[in-house]
Design a protein around this ligand. Structure first.
Ligand code: ITT
Length: 204
């Protein structure tokens, strides 16, 4: 595949199987770069996340997809870090309640583990790995907020129904994509990625 997409923009594979992430990131990127999903690249694999840090998992996803496509690629790994739970579920956020990766079971477990705890502080942290050729670049976005006691809202994914970001009185699941993208961890990390690409794309 060519490094320049059909629309004339720099082409990047986004190494994720999470369609919600694709939607959020495409909305931020607009038409500045061409984002190719794994599905569009004809890749149908579940990429392992075996490591204990977001950074290592993000790097692994890029390395696997770069080996398969030879293209420039980025990936991201995100964790919900709850202060009163010593940073859990953190890097294990997707599988907090087991290998089923069930969003509702994960929320139920989180609410249960926070029963009777008054410190509800939490943050989402996104680490993006960008692999241009052999060179890796990292970007991070953090969104601070609170875990509420009962879930609210039907939009978004994962822990969105129980997370109220600082500066809002709504959960992420009560927000449109555009509203979530004003405050979110992912948006902040992607904004850095875009700044970097805009400054460096002409050199690649
Ligand atoms: P890929 O690895 O294929 O990108 P994933 O769903 O496995 O997709 P992560 O490991 O990065 O993605 O995410 C871990 C979990 O954290 C995810 O399954 C959600 O439960 C949760 N999560 C991540 N970003 C979130 C967000 O913006 N809002 C709510 N929950 C989120």
């Amino acid at each position: 595949m060519d490094k320049i997409g059909s629309k004339g923009f720099m082409k990047l594979v986004f190494a994720t199987n999470n369609q919600h992430k694709v939607e959020e990131i495409r909305k931020v990127v607009g038409n500045q770069f061409e984002i190719i999903t794994l599905f569009e690249a004809g890749i149908n694999i579940d990429i392992e996340e075996p490591h204990n840090t977001l950074h290592e998992n993000a790097s692994e996803k890029c390395a696997v997809i770069h080996r398969l496509t030879g293209l420039d690629v980025f990936s991201e790994d995100t964790g919900l870090e709850v202060e009163a739970l010593n940073g859990e579920p953190g890097v294990k956020s997707a599988r907090y309640a087991g290998e089923g990766r069930d969003f509702q079971a994960n929320i139920d477990k989180l609410i249960h583990n926070l029963e009777g705890i008054t410190n509800r502080k939490a943050r989402f942290r996104t680490v993006i790995s960008l692999l241009l050729g052999r060179q890796e670049y990292l970007f991070e976005g953090i969104c601070n907020g609170q875990i509420i006691k009962e879930q609210k809202g039907l939009k978004g994914f994962g822990y969105d129904p129980v997370f109220v970001p600082d500066g809002s009185n709504k959960t992420f699941a009560e927000m449109s994509l555009d509203e979530k993208n004003v405050l979110s961890h992912r948006k902040k990390a992607v904004a850095q990625l875009l700044d970097f690409l805009s400054a460096n794309a002409q050199n690649n």
